[in-house]
Design a protein around this ligand. Structure first.
Ligand code: DAH
Length: 330
């Protein structure tokens, strides 16, 4: 009988999970499986035949199990199976890629630009590789001014081409390019050969401003900057104009804002955010504009400084390290 069953086992067609299950029940089912039934009959044969019969039934059982295993194996995905077949549908879904965000300096630049665009300024840009004439000479820097020194300036060619040390040369480019009235802001990157520390880096960003027309006064400058500070730091922001000196403005000033800090004995301190002044007559002369006719104000602010104040960032290098943990806060 086990010989017949071997044939039966081999001839069964197992082509689906249902067929496999039916096969398993038919031969190996615990209650009425044929092979199971045969094992139960062993005690009924004479003792000397039992061993041989048992072996043959075992053989049949192994074959039945082998056929089931073969069917399972044929269904299991192989390494070269299409991706979908190997996909594990029980894995949790992938989260969508987290959205990126603007760099804090970009945020600050946008906000600064937005305020001045509201005042009627348009945006101008200039090259980061500048001539010494635009960067220094036309801006009324004396030939022996220390800022021209190798200490501060990255010269690309001796004494002529350099990485701009400020955005002020774009004042010159704008005045050469178009006749006044001119009302521009110039966001951009500038470079200085300085020792890197928590407060200075070899590159940083400025926003230059220039307004040239007939009859522009220092009062116009104060008003524009006061409105700017309020828009940027809030209506309650305290600011002060402090006399200063720049070769390209006369008179010149710097603007400080009060930074409240309860940990300090004075409960805060003044921090400089920009330089400004009335365009020096020598600057008009260097671009062939009549200093008797034209008047103007200019200013230049450090974007990093403003961003550090706004966000409470204490080390300027944080802006350039691209540490994702820092950047994702903005
Ligand atoms: N260029 C100056 C600097 O980098 C900043 C500055 C001061 C710009 C006064 C101006 C200005 O336009 O009027 O330190």
């Amino acid at each position: 009988m086990p010989d017949d069953i071997l044939k039966d086992i081999e001839s069964e067609i197992i082509d689906s999970t249902e067929a496999a299950e039916a096969f398993r029940v038919k031969y190996l089912g615990r209650k009425s499986g044929k092979i199971t039934g045969m094992f139960k009959q062993i005690p009924e044969v004479p003792p000397q035949e039992r061993k041989a019969l048992g072996q043959r039934i075992n053989q049949a059982k192994q074959r039945a199990e082998a056929r089931l295993a073969a069917f399972e194996a044929s269904r299991a995905p192989r390494d070269d199976a299409p991706h979908a077949a190997r996909m594990d549908r029980t894995l949790p879904g992938r989260l969508p890629a987290p959205p990126g965000s603007l760099h804090p300096l970009t945020h600050t630049l946008h906000d600064i630009a937005q305020v001045f665009e509201g005042f009627g300024f348009s945006i101008a840009t200039g090259p980061e590789i500048e001539t010494e004439w635009h960067n220094f000479t036309a801006l009324n820097f004396p030939a022996d001014h220390p800022a021209r020194d190798m200490q501060d300036t990255f010269f690309l060619e001796p004494d002529r081409v350099l990485l701009r040390t400020h955005t002020s040369p774009v004042q010159i480019r704008a005045l050469v390019a178009e006749p006044p009235p001119v009302r521009i802001i110039v966001p951009g990157r500038v470079y200085r050969n300085e020792a890197v520390s928590y407060k200075s880096y070899c590159l940083f960003h400025q926003v230059e401003g220039l307004y040239v027309d007939e009859g522009v006064s220092f009062a116009d400058l104060k008003q524009a900057l006061r409105l700017f500070v309020q828009a940027m730091f809030g209506d309650d922001a305290r600011m002060r104009f402090r006399p200063s000196f720049f070769p390209f403005t006369e008179p010149s000033a710097e603007v400080d804002i009060w930074w409240a800090d309860e940990t300090l004995p004075q409960k805060g301190r003044w921090l400089e955010i920009l330089g400004c002044g009335m365009v020096d007559p020598n600057v008009f002369a260097s671009v062939d504009l009549d200093p008797e006719r034209w008047t103007g104000y200019a200013f230049g602010m450090g974007v990093e400084r403003i961003a550090m104040l706004r966000y409470g960032i204490r080390d300027i290098r944080a802006f350039y390290e691209n540490d994702i943990r820092f950047l994702e806060q903005f």
